[in-house]
Design a protein around this ligand. Sequence first.
Ligand SMILES: [Zn+2]
Length: 386
Amino acid sequence: MRGQGRGGFRQASALEATLHACNEAATWAASVAFEKEARRPLELRKHTYAEIRVRWGLGAQAAQHAIKKTCDAYTTLKANLRAGRYGRPGSRRHARASGRPVVFRSQAAQPYDDRMLSWQHQARTVSIWTTAGRLKNVAFTGQAGQLEVLAAHRQGKSDLVFQGGTWFLIATCEIAEAAPNSHPVGLLGVDLGIVNIAATSDGARHCGRRINRKREQDRNLRSKLQKKHTKSAKRRAKRYAGKEARRNKDINHKISKRIVAEAERTGRGIALETLTGIRERARLRKPQRVKIHSWPFAQLGSFIVYKAKRARVPVVYVDPACTSQECSQCHHTARGNRPAQAVFSCRVCGFVEHADHNASHNIRQRGWMVWVCGAQSTAPELTLIA
Ligand SMILES: [Zn+2]
């Protein structure tokens, strides 16, 4: 959301006051829930609803949501405690987490339903409830694709969030999941790597050289900062880490989008290696090992999978063993087939190819075997060979 000029400032302060009030009310409700051991909405409402409405000026819906949010926080805490995320029962961390009421940050997200928030997609504005009354014509923005999805599929609650100086509405969109294309004409093999972040069996290479160089610079800077042990150095290190994560995410979005679009356009599925293989396969010197463990492969893989799902492109996983050492022509497999990092050169048939493309051909071929076997048995769906 972005306000303009003076009106924008007034809108922002009304939203800020609202978010603070909702979170203060929720924190108070959490202390009541803790004292009275009332962790269910119906019960907690009895103890808190009336007072929340009067003391913090929350509307009926906002008060209900604050109470529900409190109960949800306790449910999450309980699940985390049970899963051992705060250590064993009796440990200091466990006692600290379970021995005091939940507290909400003054800027924690607040849920809004359709009675408190209405969207005017054409005008690109919302009308939103605040403690200072209803704000109308609050402008919002988003990427073109997101706005389309929002207008067509938004449903249920949205969260109001203030983060890094910007107001966000995080809307829930319900998109019916269509069955993937059950008759792909073939597969696009995708090899995920370090030098090339992704290489496809069509010959596309999504190069990581520039990214890797930038990441190395960032990492060096960060480790220098961390050695300083001062508060400001720590803060800067944290900021760089956040920046790097955002850049990686952006790159992964772009690469996955291109790969899925290509598969969709040509009526094919996608073959990927199971992710564990990428790390195990690479035998690298130590400095490079840092690179491979920290590159968000899992994220790129998951982006490809969810974008493929949306585009009804089937995804097949293959066993990653030796995909980089096997000749995609004669299938002779030997470490000697890789005279250099980027070069594949078969010792038996003499086939020469960029190493990542050779690997992507192997992945495509293995994927097709998996697909055909799956299709011939019962389920022509996703098959996982671990
Ligand atoms: Zn060969």
